[in-house]
Design a protein around this ligand. Structure first.
Ligand code: KG4
Ligand code: ZN
Length: 337
């Protein structure tokens, strides 16, 4: 079964065709990074307008690039939650029109569950595993028991992990996207130059939670307080010290979850999964089996939507023309989705 996937939840406009939830037949990801760069952050109104302009050409290009036609498509899967409302509406509106016009089954897909399904498009990963989802919008440590069955263990109580990278880079005017620039600067910096604090949220229901707002404030407003003698206050040193603190914070919680659950398999996803230090730390741990999907499947993409969409359709899920979008997903902790 060939499922056409559509992803427009944030600033990537993407369409893919995936066969039987596994083989990517066609995949295009048009990123809006250049459109948002001068604002050093995603501007929701610009994002939805660009999706409206791009969705038809990206769809056409996806089919054409693989020599596919609409007659080869058996079902439509579209991200309908969570994300930017206006952006989601463009993808969902387009998906409905396509499904209606071609009389195809339609299914709405949860973007978070899709990220955790993404590595299955490259290799079969057995359940259960722990998921670490870190991007500009998500910071999630979870346990996955099936493609649909996910239990959130920890999250951020304020800023998302990638958002902290973006805000620090924006404050120092280092460039956009912040995570990419900080990763690059850190390569020639010394992470020992500043000792930024780790928030103590380890108690009770916050055992696996992180908080980035204190770290952000320390890096932006209290640099001198955490500065170590003998080091220069260069952008490279600030970046490297911040990066280490930000990544160590989430890795510590992940290790705690692995220890508590006895699960050693970990799947990483989201834009921050590209981070060199995070990869270095996790891939060198002998007690964990860590999977990083390829770069294209870590960031927002439609292949993961088509892949998970296939399984939803197989189990009988169908959505109608009343399929709605949701910016946030409720019951984030008490059971998901
Ligand atoms: O998954 P993504 O493309 O979009 C969403 O936010 O959903 O992730 C983008 C985020 C941005 O915050 C960006 O700064 C961060 O991922 N990022 C990185 C790196 N590359 C991208 N953060 C740290 N290190 C990187 N190498
Ligand atoms: Zn995402």
């Amino acid at each position: 079964m060939n499922v056409l996937g559509i992803e427009t939840s944030c600033d990537e406009c993407s369409v893919a065709v995936v066969a039987d939830g596994r083989a990517i037949l066609a995949h295009q990801v048009a990123t809006q990074i250049a459109e948002h760069a001068r604002f050093q952050g995603v501007v929701p109104e610009i994002a939805s307008r660009k999706h409206a302009e791009w969705i038809v050409p990206v769809f056409r290009e996806t089919l054409a690039s693989a020599g596919l036609e609409l007659s080869h498509i058996d079902a439509i899967a579209v991200t309908n939650r969570p994300g930017l409302i206006g952006s989601l509406m463009v993808g969902v509106g387009f998906a409905k029109a396509l499904a209606f016009g071609r009389k195809l089954p339609l299914v709405g897909v949860d973007h978070i569950l899709a990220h955790l399904y993404a590595p299955q498009l490259e290799q079969e990963i057995a359940y259960p595993f722990l998921g670490l989802l870190v991007s500009g919008g998500h910071t999630i440590i979870c346990r996955c028991d099936s493609p649909f069955d996910m239990h959130i263990l920890g999250t951020t109580i304020d800023d998302a992990c990638g958002e902290a990278f973006d805000k620090v880079a924006k404050f120092y005017d280092w460039g956009y996207p912040g995570g990419v620039v900080i990763d690059r600067l850190s390569a020639s910096g010394d992470a020992n130059a500043f000792s930024f604090p780790d928030p103590s949220l380890h108690k009770g229901e916050h055992r696996y939670d992180v908080s980035y707002s204190g770290l952000k404030t320390a890096v932006i407003n209290q640099l001198d307080q955490f500065w170590n003698d003998g080091f220069e206050k260069t952008p490279q040193n600030v970046a490297a010290s911040f990066q280490r603190a930000a990544i160590d914070m989430i890795v510590r919680r992940l290790l705690l979850a692995a220890e508590d659950s006895g699960i050693e398999r970990v799947v990483v996803g989201g834009g921050v999964a590209a981070n060199s230090y995070l990869r270095h730390v996790l891939l060198n741990r002998e007690d964990l089996k860590v999977v990083f999907p390829s770069a294209l499947l870590c960031t927002d993409n439609a292949a993961m939507i088509a892949g998970l969409g296939y399984h939803l359709i197989q189990r009988g899920d169908r959505d109608g023309w009343d399929l709605e979008v949701a910016g946030r997903v409720s019951g984030f902790r008490r059971g998901y989705p």
